[in-house]
Design a protein around this ligand. Structure first.
Ligand SMILES: Cc1cc2nc3c(=O)[nH]c(=O)nc-3n(C[C@H](O)[C@H](O)[C@H](O)COP(=O)(O)OP(=O)(O)OC[C@H]3O[C@@H](n4cnc5c(N)ncnc54)[C@H](O)[C@@H]3O)c2cc1C
Length: 382
């Protein structure tokens, strides 16, 4: 649903200007420094990306699902690190709190998350709990005074090394596995017993660190439980991820749009056998295949976003979007490396960076296999 086309167009224009004038010229620097510097973070604060999904009452833009998808497709036409740092707060960094937090919890955290002064992260995955997140082993024992003591370790947590607010999923009912006894806690950096690793070395997305979160006798008050009700954590996280899967689909479409733009320009510029390579029909086919897939994915995402905005059930649709967009983006990256030939493989044009950066999206927030299973489950349910 688009509430005010003119206001949305202005937001998209601002974002486009940031991408073209600030983000793209600094992509190599972000990769080389493995950091999105303070000047770039300030520029993203200027376009408001940290608070796009946060309700206006707490200082955000309160974008609808459709508006957010369009904004994300615009923001992600530059290297992936920008949107991880500048827009995680508009996704998994705040969504559990928005869905199920109490008014006091929202008042406490959402305004600074919306301004990008506080970085939020979602700490679910553990060594023995990946695709099967219900196997998580982090425990939170309730003490006599109503506080909870957490022990466990999380891994691969996006922005953990720089985050200030951690949504931590822990088991509160003494069980060994299953979703029922899992509770979501909001824990601030600086709380004794919560520490993080440095940045875990990875294939791409330089500038967007992931890391481990350690909980060692980390004591938090009962008021740290999202919504104050124990045992609801898994439900909360699934609500968050349901929306996030549409977001991630949009976040995977922007890079594909950018890569195709680069490939079209290169197909005009690069000559072989006395002609631009764009005149070769085999190159044309690769360009056209990218375009078909991008447009089909874009249409599916926007239709799903509109359905969600109408409060319709989108539990299967979000898997369609996440699977289709992340797989599409990797196919586009592969074709675009091919169109650039050697220039696609060596550093310099940023193509190999996209190829590495976008690969992760088929793994996180549910692997492609998990989404295929979810789609099949819905189909077979009849
Ligand atoms: C860059 C990056 C950022 C991340 N950020 C976060 C974050 O912010 N917060 C967070 O909590 N987590 C995060 N993760 C973790 C991510 O969500 C997990 O890596 C993902 O859920 C997969 O879990 P796993 O790595 O343990 O793989 P596994 O679950 O061990 O899967 C290994 C393989 O087995 C397949 N498989 C597993 N189970 C099944 C099944 N039932 N049927 C068929 N195939 C199956 C998978 O599809 C995959 O191919 C991040 C990961 C990466 C790489």
């Amino acid at each position: 649903m688009i509430r005010d086309q003119k206001r949305l167009d202005e937001l998209l224009q601002r974002t486009r200007r940031f991408v073209r004038e600030v983000a793209i010229p600094n992509e190599d620097r972000v990769e080389a420094e493995d950091n999105v510097g303070p000047d770039l973070v300030a520029a993203m604060r200027g376009i408001g990306s940290f608070g796009w999904s946060i309700p206006e009452a707490y200082g955000g833009s309160g974008l609808t699902t459709e508006e957010l998808a369009l904004a994300f497709m615009e923001l992600t036409q530059c290297s992936v690190a920008y949107r991880v740092v500048g827009a995680q707060n508009a996704g998994i960094g705040s969504e559990c709190l928005i869905r199920d937090g109490t008014e006091a919890q929202k008042q406490r955290y959402l305004p600074s998350l919306a301004r990008g002064e506080l970085i939020g992260c979602l700490a679910l995955t553990e060594e023995m709990a990946g695709s099967d997140a219900t196997a998580l082993q982090t425990r939170a024992e309730r003490a006599a005074d109503g506080s909870y003591v957490l022990n466990g370790a999380k891994r691969y947590i996006t922005l953990a090394p720089i985050a200030g607010l951690f949504t931590v999923l822990a088991r509160t009912d003494g069980s060994e596995r299953g979703a029922a006894g899992v509770t979501a806690f909001l824990i601030e950096r600086g709380t004794p017993g919560l520490t993080t690793s440095g940045s875990t070395p990875k294939m791409g997305q330089e500038g967007a660190p992931i890391g481990e979160v350690y909980l060692e006798d980390c004591r938090v008050p009962g008021e740290a439980i999202i919504g104050l009700v124990p045992g609801q954590g898994f439900r909360t996280v699934m609500k968050c991820l349901n929306k996030q899967r549409i977001n991630l689909a949009a976040l995977s479409t922007g890079p594909a749009i950018r890569m195709l733009d680069e490939a079209v320009a290169y197909a005009r510029e690069r000559h072989q056998s006395g002609r631009p390579i764009g005149e070769f029909q085999l190159v044309q086919a690769m360009l056209a295949e990218c375009k078909v897939e991008i447009e089909a994915t874009r249409a599916l995402i926007l239709e799903t976003a509109r359905k969600r905005d109408r409060d319709e059930d989108v539990t299967m649709d979000v898997s369609l979007c996440k699977y289709m967009a992340t797989e599409m983006c990797c196919r586009v990256a592969d074709r675009v490396v091919q169109i650039f030939g050697g220039q696609g493989y060596v550093k310099g044009r940023g193509i190999e960076r996209f190829y590495r950066d976008v690969r992760a999206a088929r793994i996180y927030e549910g692997t492609s296999q998990i989404h295929l299973l979810n789609i099949a489950k819905h189909l077979l349910r009849g």
